[in-house]
Write a protein that binds this ligand. Structure first.
Ligand code: ZN
Length: 480
């Protein structure tokens, strides 16, 4: 507002005029805070389109790891840090939910979607039992088209909290029922299981409904593979590429499952059709969080690169459509990720026996060819020593599995009380010991998350704020 009364000065005014001016200024302040959305929209500062790119479990340490590894191993700049954070507006968000200090994904995404704190596990319902307006509900009410893309199941905590209201994130069938009512114009990711009746292969619904057929009958094109996705040109799209979560980038079969960037291209193609009032699109990479839980640095690295490729797609769309706000953020940090220096072994504490994570260690991460999630699947519930050795020898070249970790793994025991993913965390520790990419936990941490925003409305996200402010700003930009 400063520019609007910049021609007014206090000098030369009689006291009564000063009082009048003070009253005028506070009235203006009330107008701007009370009707902020309308003001923004009238002034042209509100974006027509909003694209939120969301890496679950990613905070500044993950972003910097993505940037450094991308530069060293891919010879590429990292759009998140090098364009959005550098050229746009940068902020930080505190992440605590209602109650404890450390959040889960549902509570964090609920705060960012609705502007209200909820308890861990709740999906956009506050502790008093009230359903709060989600970002996608507000966008739809504002006449915008809406889209949700994720590498998780489409009914996972983040896309759900941005769209619908449920007491518990665990009731998958109910979450899909609510999607069937909301009918996002674009819905893409994994989680076909709760769209299909249990009588169909891969189906898990207990009520016999075929929700994929319902979407198709309602006018959505349906894609179940990368090839089918490439063929789709319709303005409404349901893409379900896996029964559960989509694969880690490290394990992904490109014919079966599209990349995050490919899904983003398809989503933008669909949403930008027939959209006089624009759209709101959420693109989530969930594997960044899952890799953190597993303490899987190689998978995290590939997931961050895949995410960054999607950010580049969004920025290219923005270049052609400047009335688009692009936001990059995460919901919380996962894993207490701590690239550091360490002793090569415990034989000596001398500095000569110390190494620091650097280019050579990044290259060791690059040579790993299987995610710890996939390794867990291959090992089964009762890991056998021979299978374990063969898998590590083949997919973790140059690594040795220390006896203490190996004994814990074969006994099915954890390393510590806050490392609950077995065997993932034990093999993750093997990688940490030999590369210096350590982890402090298999859970979430309280580290603030970064928000980068570029385009109309970006200024709102500057500085150190709370995650509820993020939601409030988005509702303001929608004029709600
Ligand atoms: Zn998580």
């Amino acid at each position: 507002m400063r520019f609007m009364f910049g021609w007014l000065t206090f000098s030369g005014l009689v006291p009564a005029s000063r009082l009048f001016l003070a009253a005028l200024l506070s009235a203006l302040a009330l107008v701007t805070s009370g009707c902020a959305g309308t003001g923004l929209q009238q002034s042209g500062a509100a974006p027509k389109n909003i694209i939120i790119l969301f890496a679950d479990g990613a905070a500044p340490v993950q972003w910097d790891f993505g940037k450094r590894s991308s530069e060293i191993l891919r010879g590429q700049s990292f759009a998140v840090t090098d364009i959005v954070f550098r050229d746009g507006v940068l902020g930080l968000l505190s992440t605590h939910p209602h109650g404890p200090y450390v959040t889960d994904s549902a509570a964090a995404a609920s705060a960012m979607s609705t502007g209200y704190k909820v308890e861990n596990g709740a999906v956009s319902i506050t502790p008093d039992g009230q359903s709060r307006t989600t970002l996608m509900q507000a966008a739809k009410a504002a006449g915008k088209r809406i889209g949700l893309v994720t590498t998780a199941t489409v009914y996972d905590a983040t896309p759900a909290a941005f769209s619908i209201n449920v007491r518990s994130r665990r009731d998958s069938q109910q979450l899909v029922d609510l999607y069937a009512v909301l009918r996002p114009d674009v819905l893409m990711g994994g989680g076909a299981d709760y769209f299909m009746p249990s009588a169909m292969p891969g189906g898990k619904r207990r009520d016999g409904r075929d929700v994929i057929a319902e979407f198709r009958d309602g006018g959505h094109a349906v894609a179940r593979s990368t090839a089918e996705l490439r063929e789709v040109s319709a303005p409404r799209l349901l893409g379900l590429f896996a029964a559960g979560d989509m694969a880690f980038e490290l394990d992904r079969d490109p014919a079966a499952e599209p990349s995050t960037a490919e899904m983003t291209v398809a989503a933008l193609r669909a949403l930008s059709q027939d959209s006089p009032r624009g759209f709101v699109l959420l693109v989530e990479n969930e594997n960044t969080d899952t890799a953190g839980h597993a303490n899987d640095a190689p998978s995290l690295m590939r997931a961050l690169w895949a995410f960054d490729d999607a950010v580049k797609v969004a920025l290219e769309f923005q270049r052609r459509n400047p009335d688009t706000l692009v936001i990059v953020t995460g919901d919380h940090e996962t894993g207490g990720f701590s690239p550091t220096y360490a002793q090569k072994d415990l034989a000596s504490m001398a500095s000569a026996n110390r190494f620091t994570a650097g280019d050579e260690q990044f290259r060791m991460l690059e040579r790993v060819s299987m995610s710890l999630g996939m390794l867990r699947e291959k090992l089964g519930n009762k890991p056998e020593a021979a299978t374990l050795d063969a898998l590590i020898g083949r997919h973790f070249p140059g690594f040795r599995f220390d006896d203490d970790l190996r004994a814990l793994l074969l006994a099915g025991k954890p390393l510590e009380r806050n490392f609950t993913y077995i065997p993932h965390n034990l093999i993750g520790r093997m990688v940490s010991r030999q590369t210096g990419f350590y982890w402090g936990t298999s859970g979430h941490t309280s580290e603030p998350v970064a928000v980068g925003a570029i385009g109309p409305g970006a200024e709102l996200f500057r500085g150190y704020q709370d995650n509820t402010d993020f939601g409030k700003h988005l509702h303001r930009l929608l004029g709600r």
